[in-house]
Design a protein around this ligand. Structure first.
Ligand SMILES: *[C@@H]1O[C@H](CO)[C@@H](O)[C@H](O)[C@H]1NC(C)=O
Ligand SMILES: *[C@@H]1O[C@H](CO)[C@@H](O)[C@H](O)[C@H]1NC(C)=O
Ligand SMILES: *[C@@H]1O[C@H](CO)[C@@H](O)[C@H](O)[C@H]1NC(C)=O
Ligand SMILES: *[C@@H]1O[C@H](CO)[C@@H](O)[C@H](O)[C@H]1NC(C)=O
Length: 389
């Protein structure tokens, strides 16, 4: 009898604890912005509803799903999805999110910031779209213009099946993130829109952008200071300024980028294909970079290293080394298809192999230009005779 009482007491104390413990990590609570007062008519300000839904999702435990439902349009002025959160969060971003026009934008802050989060998933499921209303900003070239999505200190991030269009400036910022995969992200802005980079990556590592399509008025992907292990695979770019490392070394800064790998990408009608750009007077490096299996359609500078060499200045520069260009095929819109214009300190370890870049104009020949470029070229059209050992 005493044993039985102890048994009952024991389990009446322990089992509720056990239940809650077991629930941690297995619940999946749904937080739909509509239940937090969002209107979804594309005009009413739904910022507060987004923010309340986020707070609930973030403070819950286990797995939380924040739902931004499809077939609705949500106008928000400035959203801050900030962690750290108790829960691991999935944002089902299936509706359309629209930015206000410039006048109603909240102090030129990025439209949607996602910060200090581990394992965040953002899935547009093929319907989700974020519209930046950039045309209301583009005419003001000197304005400080915001971006649309800003990921800061997000580790193990996964963003997929999402459209982003007409950003005032860069569409997607990736800053201080470790481990992020972007899959089937489609970016769309006019060729004439100023500074509308597709992705701007800085101080981040292990970033993969794959199976994505980027049309913009500036770089499709810009890899900036402090970035390592940045990959782009099966990305189509154009219109736009290509996939760029840099500019590095602006205003005499020391900037470093390494291990950038671009594979199976297509450039159509872009100003550049594979570009590495540094500014004189800076220091640091851009190294261990590869561009492989690249298709070119009427690209102005298919392969370009631009270090703005000026013999009169003889200043410091960012060191460019170990750069491989392999398997480029297609057409160049200009005669100089390969332009390796290095600073007076030189670029080293440039490898060109199995490339075939012909002119987009019938009957014209392409050529290569080098200045202070060291390396080797094999099986490459145009013939590159200008590399030093
Ligand atoms: C977002 O909110 C967090 C926490 O309140 C804050 O630290 C951060 O600066 C905010 N970010 C933006 C872009 O407003
Ligand atoms: C990027 O590519 C390199 C070279 O193929 C590979 O070692 C690395 O694991 C890749 N990283 C990501 C995040 O895809
Ligand atoms: C860099 O220099 C330009 C002028 O050359 C200036 O407008 C800009 O603010 C400077 N940027 C930084 C980060 O110092
Ligand atoms: C790149 O394309 C080639 C040829 O189509 C294919 O064999 C290879 O698997 C692709 N690699 C990646 C990483 O997509």
């Amino acid at each position: 009898m005493q044993g039985f009482i102890i048994y009952v007491l024991f389990f009446s104390f322990i089992s509720p604890c056990l239940c809650t413990r077991l629930n941690v990590g297995t619940t999946n609570d749904i937080y739909n912005v509509m239940q937090y007062g969002a209107i979804g008519d594309g005009k009413s300000d739904d910022t507060q509803a987004f923010s309340k839904a986020w707070s609930s999702a973030c403070t819950s435990s286990g797995m939380s799903t924040l739902v931004i439902p499809s077939e609705k349009s949500f106008m928000v002025t400035r959203v801050n999805f900030s962690g750290p959160c108790n829960a691991k969060i999935l944002i089902q971003m299936e509706g359309r999110i629209v930015a206000p026009s410039k006048e109603d934008w909240k102090g030129a802050a990025n439209l949607i910031s996602m910060e200090y989060l581990n394992g965040l998933i953002v899935d547009g499921n093929g319907h989700g779209e974020v519209y930046g209303n950039g045309a209301t900003w583009w005419k003001c070239r000197t304005c400080f213009r915001p971006g649309v999505l800003f990921f800061h200190a997000c580790n193990g991030l996964n963003v997929r099946n999402l459209k982003i269009s007409d950003s005032p400036k860069t569409h997607v910022y990736v800053n201080q993130c470790d481990g992020a995969t972007f899959t089937r992200v489609s970016i769309n802005s006019p060729a004439t829109s100023p500074n509308t980079d597709g992705f701007g990556i800085s101080y981040s590592t292990n970033i993969l952008i794959q199976d994505s399509d980027i049309k913009s008025g500036d770089d499709c992907i810009a890899v900036n200071d402090g970035s390592t292990f940045i990959n782009a695979t099966r990305v189509t770019c154009g219109p736009g300024h290509g996939i760029s490392v840099g500019s590095l070394g602006r205003n005499r800064t020391t900037e470093k980028v390494s291990d950038v790998h671009v594979r199976n990408c297509t450039f159509t009608g872009t100003a550049n294909g594979a570009r590495i750009k540094t500014v004189e007077g800076g220091s640091g490096y851009a190294k261990q970079i590869s561009f492989e299996q690249i298709i070119l359609v009427n690209v102005k500078n298919p392969i370009i290293i631009d270090q703005k060499y000026d013999p009169a200045i003889r200043d410091t520069s960012v060191l460019v080394s170990s750069v491989t260009y392999r398997g480029f095929t297609g057409t160049s819109a200009t005669d100089v298809a390969i332009d390796l214009d290095c600073s007076s300190s030189g670029c080293y370890g440039i490898v060109l192999d199995e490339n075939n870049i012909v002119s987009a104009q019938p009957g014209k020949k392409t050529s290569a230009f080098c200045r202070n470029a060291h390396g080797a070229a094999t099986h490459t059209i145009p013939n590159v005779l200008c590399l030093s050992k």
